[in-house]
Design a protein around this ligand. Structure first.
Ligand code: 3BD
Length: 338
């Protein structure tokens, strides 16, 4: 093997090993190597990439943290709009939501719902072309958002390249999900801001939104944002061929390499949704991130398509919120003892 070839191979193997280690650590929460080993190998890859800049690839782990701060964010149009969610504040309102969609689409078939914890962060839209992350944008008004690609690349649980092993190369994939700050990170950031005499973030949602709109991606990288994916659109093919339901879409997102919130549940009736909602009302206070409700979705994409959207939101989903007083007291506790 010529000298160059062996170095190319070495860089390839090192990059793949670090990508696997990063995926295992940030997405699966199951580290496969000691941090010190990762850091040493990372520095080795950095050194090799300095010697062979022509071999650097967009999806190399060394390409997550940007250099110079952006001057401003350009505004971009979402390929597929991001809709809002209708709110329901209790089980009665959830039931009237079900009656409404059933009036529009009388069906005698058994209907399944997917219940997902509503992560209290900031919604973002990711675009992948031929498996590579090419754009990250804020939700904005749902039609236009801000291009925050450089900042999104610093979120370690967001894959820079999709794991498409058992899926043929998908030309364009749109993924939506919630970027959020884990509570311990939120607390630590507020401690730092307190020491620096800066204004504190009122809650993890504002802290996440504020961090995503930071012009200097090196600051974003230090803040350890995390991400749960919940929507997948595959253009250039009809999604149905690979995912027919929300449940399958969540499984596919995991296969592609995304973090999906592990607490989603397939519910055979609203009664089961109500049970899930009651259970997590207290249980969620033990989670390491903020939630503010449960998102209830009709599982079948066929039914979703038949119901469609109003001007603002899908008829086939609803945000079943928890009473607000829970969150601030808990967050205020954190803010107070920083
Ligand atoms: C794809 C749909 C529209 C059904 C949808 N929309 C969501 N949201 C819309 C409103 N959003 C919003 N954000 C700011 C202003 C107005 N609306 C914030 C995201 C979802 C949010 C979460 C979550 N947080 O965990 C989730 N598991 N599933 C969602 N699913």
């Amino acid at each position: 093997m010529t000298q160059i070839k062996s170095e190319v191979k070495q860089i390839e193997e090192l990059r793949q090993l670090l990508q696997q280690a990063s995926y295992a650590y940030y997405v699966l929460d199951t580290p496969i190597m000691e941090d010190t080993v990762y850091d040493r190998l990372y520095r080795e890859l950095q050194q090799m990439e300095i010697e062979h800049p022509e071999l650097v690839r967009l999806d190399s782990p060394t390409q997550r943290v940007g250099e110079k701060p952006a001057i401003h964010f350009t505004s971009v149009r979402h390929n597929i709009p991001l809709y809002s969610l209708e709110n329901a504040f209790n089980i009665d309102e959830l039931q009237s939501w079900e009656q409404r969609w059933r009036r529009q689409l009388p069906t005698t078939d058994a209907v399944e719902y997917v219940s997902e914890l509503k992560i209290d962060g900031s919604a973002i839209a990711l675009t992948y072309e031929n498996g590579i992350l090419v754009r990250g944008a804020t939700r904005g008004d749902g039609v236009m958002g801000e291009d925050i690609t450089q900042n999104v690349r610093t979120i370690r649980s967001i894959p820079l390249r999709l794991n498409l092993t058992d899926l043929e190369n998908l030309e364009k994939v749109e993924v939506r999900g919630e970027a959020f700050l884990p509570l311990d990170v939120f607390k630590q950031i507020n401690e730092e801001r307190q020491k620096a005499g800066e204004q504190l973030f009122a809650n993890p949602r504002n802290a996440a939104a504020g961090t995503l709109r930071q012009l200097d991606s090196r600051i974003v990288a230090k803040r350890r944002l995390d991400f749960f994916a919940y929507t997948l659109h595959i253009s250039g093919r009809d999604d149905a061929s690979i995912a027919n339901t929300q449940w399958e879409a969540l499984e596919l997102l995991e296969k592609m390499g995304f973090r999906v919130n592990p607490n989603h549940k397939l519910c055979a009736s609203l009664a089961e949704v109500a049970e899930y909602y009651q259970y997590w009302d207290t249980e969620r206070l033990n989670l390491p991130y903020m939630t503010d409700g449960v998102v209830v979705k009709l599982n079948s994409f066929k039914l979703q398509e038949q119901l469609g959207f109003t001007q603002k939101f899908p008829r086939w989903a609803v945000a079943l919120k928890y009473p607000a007083e829970e969150a601030p007291t808990r967050v205020e506790n954190i803010a107070v003892n920083v």
